[in-house]
Ligand binder design. Sequence first.
Ligand code: SF4
Length: 357
Amino acid sequence: MNTMVSSDIRGLTEDELILVCQEIGLPKFRGRQIFQWIQQKAVQHWDEIKNVGKPDLEKIRGRLTLEPLQLLREQVSKDGTRKFLFQLADGQSIECVLMDYDRVKSRNRRTVCLSTQVGCPVGCAFCATGLSGWQRNLSAGEIVGQILDITHLMRQEDPEFQVTNVVFMGMGEPLLNYDEVLKGIQILNREAGQNIGMRRMTISTSGVAPKIRQLAEDNPQVGLAVSLHSANDEIRNDLIPINRRYPLAELMKACREYTEATNRRITFEVALIAGQATQKAADEVARLLQGQLAHVNLIPVNPVVETGMARPEPEEIQRFARVLEQQGIPVSLREEKGTDIDAACGQLRRQWESDEK
Ligand code: SF4
């Protein structure tokens, strides 16, 4: 038995599954068939796999596990955004969000925001996940499992349902769980599985500079978003404590290396917080990004009771965008999704935990 291969079938690449089949005396093509049923059809139980005979399935079951995540709670927003709280096999819970954009306007775009860790060690000041601390990294199977279980749930309403885009922007810092995130991306990209294009997946980081460099080297063709939030080290130290380890100069150096190596534009996320979205703050962002292949995404914060932060007035948001545009920085305002549910990452989990106490 190859002990390097994990036992969770949903976390295996097609090649690994083929290898397992060979190890237990099954033909190679069985690996591909089973990969298709697990990944493309998002089956939840072994007996739903219809194109493999019982004796062969029994052999696979003896070697691998198939354990869907358990849905603990679901919230549906008026705008169609759905938030899911899933329980993992060890009892921990994670959140993910499905943004089901209007079909006509967005040509059927269904984006899922995935979690990559249980909790998060970064502890950003505006984030409910950070408040809960870090418990552990998710495995590739748990990362992919979020897509598969959402697909399974949604296909009960719409048999044609298919996730088209993925953002690694839920609970956790994806680049601090680099290997499992990249493996999850490979699995989701596979044609025989979910077949989600690399360019339709985006990793969002708080600014782990060495891992941005590694991503430039590995160049998996996915998008990169950096949570900038402030172009002032003093302010950013308070907002995103990892800035003390990788301050702006080092972060921007890694970003420049990334764009030089990949020729891809980085999206810089800037959360707009009431009282901090000033003209000076916008000027600092524009200055920092001069000469960088960049796009700025402005995100008015979701109010989180525990952090006491509020969204700026619409005029302040417009002024911030104007300052960047006038200095030649492409900018967009992120469409607000699910503001009537606990859409900020980590909020649903905290609410669930306090309800259970
Ligand atoms: S915003 Fe992201 S990186 Fe920061 S604490 Fe929350 S989950 Fe972690």
